[in-house]
Design a protein around this ligand. Structure first.
Ligand SMILES: NC(=O)c1ccc[n+]([C@@H]2O[C@H](COP(=O)([O-])OP(=O)(O)OC[C@H]3O[C@@H](n4cnc5c(N)ncnc54)[C@H](O)[C@@H]3O)[C@@H](O)[C@H]2O)c1
Length: 439
């Protein structure tokens, strides 16, 4: 057994997790809960302060887990990167966004690798967890770490392990989701397997960091393409007067060979709208076109506009123009029951409606105000989640199917609902209720 694996086995290894966001924080906690000491690094002093007080700033990660880790003396949050020297393993969970032309932005990975290289010491294992294109770990991170003068695997070890976190999911957790690891060499894979096996139920070793990077992209491309397929079928069936939701319900009774995906107002979140384009960009370097990825991107990106067109049509049949209509969008989160609004199509729907002259508002108790982002700055406040508030609008557009919206009485005074999530049908199984247009 290597010295690294021995330190892990006896729980004396210290794990550093860089980036205490949706991915890094639960990962840090799961190592604490397995009895290892963890230092959580973040450049955001607000997050470091909140975590150091024992509070969680992410709704689905209970503050009691952070407080428990702090009380046990196994967790510390810091912005002091010199503390990387205390760590036996350094896991990198920083953002990998897209630039304005949908090109990968690996600048967070590069700057973090430089910070690590400045403090790298013999015996350390570095694992990249941020989603990225194949080759990032061995072609980009490895050379940056070697600037320290140390060599891999002689002095340090390096692997990639994709994060498969699904915020808000209860049936699978960070601890139970199988963890794929691939090192830049066999020694690195072995060390990474030893580390993750200490805290997670199942670790799956693959032959290289590139396979590990690619497996994550396959998972996300699979979702993006299938969501696009069902979104396209929605528009086709709608023209034919067929309800796509009923079609899916029927198809999913097949016990094999079919997996249900559901249409919606467009893609959101940190992964599906962004990650496939990392692969498309890298494919071009190899003279290949990622046509499925581009097509799925095109179909999914068009969805908010489709929803707004359907809302305009529906208002028109009520004798109303969009210009001057009062429209309420339900849900700012990109998916149900999470306080995560990154890349949420609700923002674009609100903006498109406003561009056409509608007086827009939104309701999402998980977000008291809209966030000022790279693309949008709406400056709105959530209206109360009450029937009286909803009844004041000419149309209500359901963008997110939060459980707290699943109450028939909320919609009793509403004239028109444009429903992208099939939220209303189960609330009024015998009919009645407002006029509903599925979009
Ligand atoms: N959110 C998900 O569901 C999810 C799932 C799987 C994979 N991923 C991937 O994991 C990575 C992280 O995503 P996330 O959702 O946790 O992002 P996030 O924005 O929630 O968290 C990233 C954290 O890193 C911090 N940070 C930024 N630059 C830093 C730096 N130089 N040093 C230290 N900290 C820094 C930020 O302050 C933030 O707290 C991305 O590559 C993403 O694609 C995300």
């Amino acid at each position: 057994m290597s010295a690294f694996s021995e330190r892990v086995a006896e729980r004396s290894a210290v794990v550093g997790v860089i980036g205490q966001g949706y991915v890094g924080l639960p990962l840090a906690l799961v190592f604490c809960e397995a009895g290892l000491r963890v230092i959580g690094f973040d450049v955001d002093p607000g997050k470091v302060a909140a975590l150091s007080r024992g509070t969680s700033y992410i709704k689905h990660i209970g503050p009691e887990r952070v407080a428990q880790a702090l009380r046990g003396g196994r967790y510390a949050a810091t912005a002091d990167f010199d503390r990387l020297r205390e760590c036996d393993a350094v896991l990198i969970c920083v953002p990998t966004p897209l630039g304005p032309h949908r090109e990968p932005d690996n600048s967070y990975i590069h700057s973090t690798a430089r910070e690590v290289a400045r403090r790298l010491r013999p015996g350390q294992l570095v694992v990249l967890e941020s989603t990225t294109y194949p080759g990032t770990t061995d072609e980009e991170v490895l050379p940056l770490l070697r600037e320290s003068g140390l060599e891999c695997p002689r002095d340090f070890l390096l692997a990639f392990s994709p994060e498969r976190e699904d915020p808000g999911r209860r049936d699978h957790t960070t601890r139970t989701i199988p963890k794929i690891v691939g090192g830049v060499n066999a020694e690195s894979t072995e060390a990474a397997v030893a580390l993750y096996s200490a805290a997670l139920e199942r670790v799956v070793a693959v032959s290289s960091s590139r396979v590990a990077e690619s497996s994550k992209l396959l998972e996300n491309v699979f979702r993006s393409v299938n969501i696009a397929l069902v979104n396209e079928l929605k528009t086709i069936f709608d023209r034919m007067g067929i309800d796509v939701w009923e079609v899916i319900r029927a198809a999913e009774t097949k016990p094999f060979g079919f997996m249900a995906f559901y249409p919606g107002p467009g893609l959101g979140g940190h992964c599906i709208p962004l990650d496939p384009f990392y692969l498309a960009w890298k494919a071009a370097e190899h003279g290949e076109w990622a046509r499925f990825i581009e097509l799925a991107g095109e179909v999914n990106t068009r969805m908010p506009r489709y929803v707004v067109d359907k809302a305009a049509e529906a208002l028109n049949t009520e004798g109303k123009a969009v210009n001057g209509a009062r429209v309420l969008v339900l849900g700012l989160a990109y998916k149900a029951n999470v306080d995560d609004d990154r890349e949420s199509p609700s923002y674009e729907i609100l903006e498109l409606l406003r561009d056409r002259g509608a007086k827009v508002d939104y309701c999402d108790p998980l977000f008291p105000t809209t966030r000022r982002g790279r693309k949008h700055d709406l400056g709105l406040q959530s209206v109360p989640c009450e029937a009286a508030a909803f009844a004041a609008y000419d149309a209500v557009v359901v963008s997110t199917a939060h459980d707290l919206f699943k109450k028939a009485e909320l919609f009793l005074g509403v004239k028109l609902v444009v429903d992208t999530r099939n939220l209303l049908a189960p609330l009024f199984p015998a009919g009645g209720g407002p006029r509903v247009v599925k979009a």
